[in-house]
Ligand binder design. Structure first.
Ligand code: BGC
Length: 766
């Protein structure tokens, strides 16, 4: 395996310039603040291989669908978070020569993502054609404290001789998405301006009319003293810039600070966008780079204080988990319930930045434990607000209730592969499951009356109408589906889907009972609004009681679907390595005929409905399915790791964890070029906290059952649970709990109850 980055506990470091792998580093070095994100692109011109990427949360484009064979019911478009105006650009000339790291002579190079303080730093030395050396340092961040602000500091020191240096800070609206279906450009520039220190571009999407203004302001310093300049203004069709040139003495440092404000019509009236962007960027430049960076770092300090995982004895694991926590927090900050988490976040174009079931099944547990409850709640409200669209979606398929889309930006389905769009309906239970998880974790039952029940009832209606009654067997079946394992299509009775559908129905009934009891006035209104009748609930009970679950008596395992055992049973270990990954080496037909499993499927159900299954059952299913699973989705190994931990396969749990932890840093699946696996990063966090830490909520009580992997000497994580902040440290000999915030409460460790007061530390010998 190639070591792409230097191991360091708080930094991701590229030593030396790797032009051949630049796209990988650009993905890894992405920065964001929940409202926008940029790949690790260079500020100066770069003619090498690069995927330029600047993304603004919630600003998307309905790119006309492209499919080989149209199926009735396909959506008209695939939503894409579009590449927005490039605002980091600063052209640099050293003694009149354009700086371009693909062409210039680079003597030293280091690119560092500082995760503690949340900035990207490049330090390098270049030589011009007359052998004059220049030391360059570039730092940038997107402010976590002011979500519309970005700042760059670009410093150059001529080492040997006096030099003439010029900077051209610019905004470029001539951008496109590489994944555009018809090579269409998605934006028009609708207004622009530039004067001696300020400039802006306003772009409007060709469809949906989103408008985004990007404004810039800059100032120039030599050795810490601000200097006056009279720049040459440039204004082109989609581009505004200022060129500033000045002599600089050898050993002196010239620094340009470029401040950027990005305002969008999602947050402001269109006529105010420019004004607001100028106001924000002027304010930012007044505050100055260092102070902005300080307030940004303070935000990160807060995040780390509540969400850090510390691993002693394994710096590579430490770096990896921090990278995952860092990227998740850069992607979603939770203030806006219209936003969600794309599988690649702001780090690439793949998956279009849209919402998948990944959010509910993977990300919500992470945000629930590491950030205040309001953040996860906004992810639930996102789906609540899209309920009407989900009802339309179900109706289009001739079904009742609501079917949430597999891939969406605004609630409409935008995925167009029949086996996923129409068949991967298990996602419809992940959304109710997230409601359950949220309420179980936070204790916020009022959510159920305010928002939850509507979603539960409509998803239940969907399941009841999607299940087919088989009168010969007196059983309900769910036919023609794709489970989480996408290497099987159009199967009957995927165990996971049938199980989660039944769970969904049961949970809805349970919530109805709870609301009747505790929120009777609200329930009366809901009953009317939702037109809930006793007969309908009876019908759900019939589906629950007569649901069919494929099972092998002989093996004592749940069967992934009807007929799974008819397949030739080969194990992954018996496949010679040149067959892997199957999705690149085998035809689709061969994959579908085989018994190989792309990702956790039966095991996904065992994980989610944890307390419904005994350890023995989990073990038998793990033994069977793990040997057949190729883990070709990044969402897979973490779930297997958690089950392995629970059934006592500690080494296996650790091996599986390793596959997820450094997935992107080590380019394990050879796809980091496409962007980072943001949603599966939450799975990595789960492997430590739910897997090694054994965290569960049992009867409203926090429960832990930790072990420590052999490679580590100690690890600790923090969880926020119902207004308590608890630090859990685990070593080979003991478990230490520290309540850093919150009133006295009791929790379970290895099934034994302990009471803990605020600021108290208790140590339990293992
Ligand atoms: C997985 C899906 C997942 C999607 C986005 C696919 O490869 O099979 O379960 O939702 O990626 O992460």
């Amino acid at each position: 395996m190639t070591n792409y980055v230097t191991i360091d506990e708080w930094n991701i470091i590229e030593e030396g310039l790797h032009l051949d792998n630049n796209r990988i580093y650009e993905s890894i070095m992405s920065i964001g603040n929940g409202k926008m994100g940029i790949r690790g692109n260079f500020e100066e011109d770069f003619t090498g291989d690069s995927l330029k990427g600047t993304y603004i949360a919630g600003v998307y484009y309905p790119d006309k669908t492209r499919v080989g064979w149209w199926k009735n019911g396909y959506p008209e478009y695939f939503a894409k978070v579009i590449n927005a105006a490039d605002f980091i650009g600063i052209k640099v000339e050293l003694n009149g020569e354009n700086l371009d790291l693909a062409k210039s002579k680079v003597c030293e190079f280091k690119r560092t993502l500082n995760m503690k303080n949340g900035y990207l730093l490049r330090s390098f030395v270049v030589e011009d054609t007359s052998n004059n050396k220049f030391k360059i340092e570039v730092k940038r961040f997107l402010s976590m404290a002011r979500s519309e602000i970005g700042a760059i500091s670009y410093s150059i020191t001529p080492i040997d001789n006096d030099a003439t240096i010029s900077f051209t800070p610019y905004l470029n609206g001539d951008i496109s998405n590489e994944d555009s279906n018809y090579d269409e450009k998605f934006w028009n520039v609708i207004n622009k301006n530039v004067d001696s220190t300020l400039g802006h571009l306003t772009l409007k999407t060709k469809k949906l009319d989103f408008e985004v203004t990007t404004a810039m302001k800059y100032n120039l310093f030599i050795d810490g003293s601000e200097i006056e300049f009279s720049p040459a203004l440039q204004i082109e069709e989609k581009f505004v810039a200022n060129k500033l040139s000045t002599p600089v003495k050898a050993g002196s440092t010239i620094t340009i600070f470029k401040y950027v404000a990005v305002t969008s019509s999602r947050y402001y009236e269109k006529e105010n966008l420019t004004l607001k962007a100028y106001e924000l960027v002027k304010e930012a430049s007044k505050i100055g780079f260092e102070e902005l960076l300080q307030e940004h770092s303070n935000k990160w300090a807060q995040i780390w204080n509540e969400g850090d995982i510390v691993i002693d004895g394994d710096p590579s694991a430490e770096q990896a988990i921090r990278f995952n926590i860092f990227q998740l927090n850069q992607t979603y900050t939770g203030e806006d319930s219209r936003l969600n988490i794309g599988p690649k976040g702001f780090t690439g174009e793949k998956y279009g930045g849209s919402t998948y079931w990944d959010t509910e099944a993977y990300c919500i547990p992470f945000y629930l434990s590491t950030r205040e409850a309001a953040i996860a709640k906004n992810l639930l409200i996102y789906r609540y607000n899209q309920l009407d669209k989900a009802k339309e979606n179900a109706a289009k398929l001739g079904l009742k209730g609501a079917l949430y889309p597999m891939v969406t930006m605004n609630g409409e389905e935008c995925h167009n592969e029949w086996e996923i769009t129409f068949e991967e309906i298990h996602r419809n239970a992940a959304i109710p499951y997230a409601i359950f998880n949220y309420v179980n974790y936070t204790g916020d039952e009022a959510y159920l009356a305010e928002y939850g029940l509507d979603v539960l009832v409509e998803t239940s209606r969907f399941w009841a109408s999607r299940a087919t009654y088989n009168k010969f067997k007196d059983k309900y079946m769910i036919l023609g589906v794709t489970g989480p394992n996408e290497y099987e299509n159009n199967v009957n009775n995927n165990w996971y889907t049938n199980t989660m559908a039944t769970w969904n129905l049961k949970y809805t009934i349970k919530v109805i009972e709870l609301l009747k009891d505790k929120y009777s006035a609200e329930y009366k209104n809901l009953e009317n609004k939702l037109n809930l009748k006793a007969e309908e609930i009876e019908q759900w009970k019939d589906v629950i009681n007569k649901m069919y679950f494929p099972y092998s008596e002989e093996l004592g395992i749940f069967l992934q679907q009807d007929g799974y055992l008819d397949k030739e049973q080969i194990l992954v270990k018996d496949l010679s390595p040149e067959n892997l990954p199957l999705n690149q080496k085998w035809s689709w037909d061969r994959i579908l005929r085989s018994c190989f499993i792309k990702q956790a499927d039966v095991l996904q159900g065992l994980y989610l409905l944890d307390d419904k299954f005994s350890v023995e059952v989990k073990k038998r299913n793990f033994d069977f399915y793990e040997q057949r699973t190729v883990h070709e989705s990044s969402l897979s190994p973490c779930i297997h790791s958690i089950i392995a931990a629970e059934v006592g396969y500690e080494d296996k749990a650790y091996d599986l964890y390793l596959r997820t932890a450094r997935l992107d840093l080590d380019n394990y699946n050879n796809d980091t070029v496409d962007g980072l696996h943001i949603t599966s990063m939450a799975g990595t966090w789960m492997s430590i906290v739910h897997g090694f830490g054994g965290l569960r909520i049992k009867d409203n009580t926090l429960s832990l059952n930790p072990f420590i992997p052999k490679a580590w000497t100690k690890y600790s994580f923090k969880v926020l649970f119902r207004n308590h902040l608890i630090k859990v440290s685990v070593s080979a000999s003991n478990i230490t709990l520290e309540q850093q915030n919150g009133e006295t409460f009791s929790l379970l460790v290895k099934n034994k109850r302990y009471t803990i007061h605020e600021n108290e530390t208790i140590t339990i010998n293992k």
